[in-house]
Write a protein that binds this ligand. Structure first.
Ligand SMILES: N[C@@H](CCC(=O)N[C@@H](CS)C(=O)NCC(=O)O)C(=O)O
Length: 233
């Protein structure tokens, strides 16, 4: 059976990684049989989670995993028009390549309080001394990534202002629809849910969480997808 390797479940959400959550949500939306396995990024073929193993093949990166799931199992986007598919790719890039970095900053760099919560969630299952060593070498590495991306070069209020623009855009695009592209879930919803629940549904306090919580359609969207596809949570 297909195996999904991801971070251990925590915080009452599917996964603390939006990319892992994207894949598990796609699998559930498409009704693909699978099992989940807890892992750390250093176990992964490309040093990041998620990855999957299926038919003795390992596939890393949520975008390649989705392509594989679409061609091998079920394509949630099969009824979309070319224009809808294009929009889907563009919004996924906003989520994966821009909003993600604001969320990452809020957890790893913004306040020490958030870092302690994040550290416990990610490294909590390691023995105490190892946990401390791994966490204190991982934190500067992620902070360097945030700087390398460019987000880390701004002041906190500028970073959250940029993130809030994404949230504003997502709320406007969703409007009063049940899913982003109509009344059926598509890849874009697996992706958007993964990112939004990781802002709205986490114990990480920040201006972007506050702003997202003021967007009732996004809050309802996250709640509805969680209730429909994760009745076990
Ligand atoms: N482009 C990748 C991004 C995956 C990713 O950034 N995963 C993070 C967790 S959210 C990770 O494993 N980071 C570990 C690291 O950078 O050391 C995808 O779509 O799967």
């Amino acid at each position: 059976m297909l195996k999904l390797y991801q971070f251990e479940r925590t915080w009452g959400i599917p996964n603390l990684s939006p990319f892992c959550c994207k894949i598990e949500t796609y699998l559930r939306m498409a009704d693909i049989q699978h099992e989940t396995k807890s892992a750390f990024p250093f176990d992964a073929p490309k040093g990041k989670l998620p990855y999957i193993e299926d038919q003795r093949e390992a596939i890393a990166d949520s975008r390649f995993i989705i392509s594989y799931l679409k061609s091998t199992y079920e394509n949630l986007d099969k009824n979309l028009t070319e224009a809808e598919l294009a929009l889907s790719v563009a919004i996924q890039r906003l989520l994966d390549e821009h909003l993600f970095w604001v969320m990452l900053y809020s957890r790893w760099q913004y306040t020490d309080e958030n870092w302690q919560i994040n550290k416990k969630a990610i490294f909590g299952r390691l023995p105490p001394i190892i946990r401390h060593i791994v966490a204190s070498s991982w934190r500067p590495k992620i902070i360097r990534q945030i700087y390398g991306h460019g987000t880390g070069r701004h002041q906190a209020e500028e970073i959250f202002a940029l993130g809030n623009q994404d949230i504003e855009a997502l709320s406007a695009i969703l409007g009063n629809k049940r899913y982003f592209l109509g009344d059926r879930p598509t890849t874009l919803d697996a992706c958007a849910f993964g990112h939004l629940i990781n802002i709205i549904g986490c114990p990480i306090e920040s201006p972007i969480k506050e702003f997202s919580l003021s967007k009732k359609n996004l809050v309802d969207y996250v709640d509805n997808i969680k209730a429909e596809f994760y009745p076990d949570l």
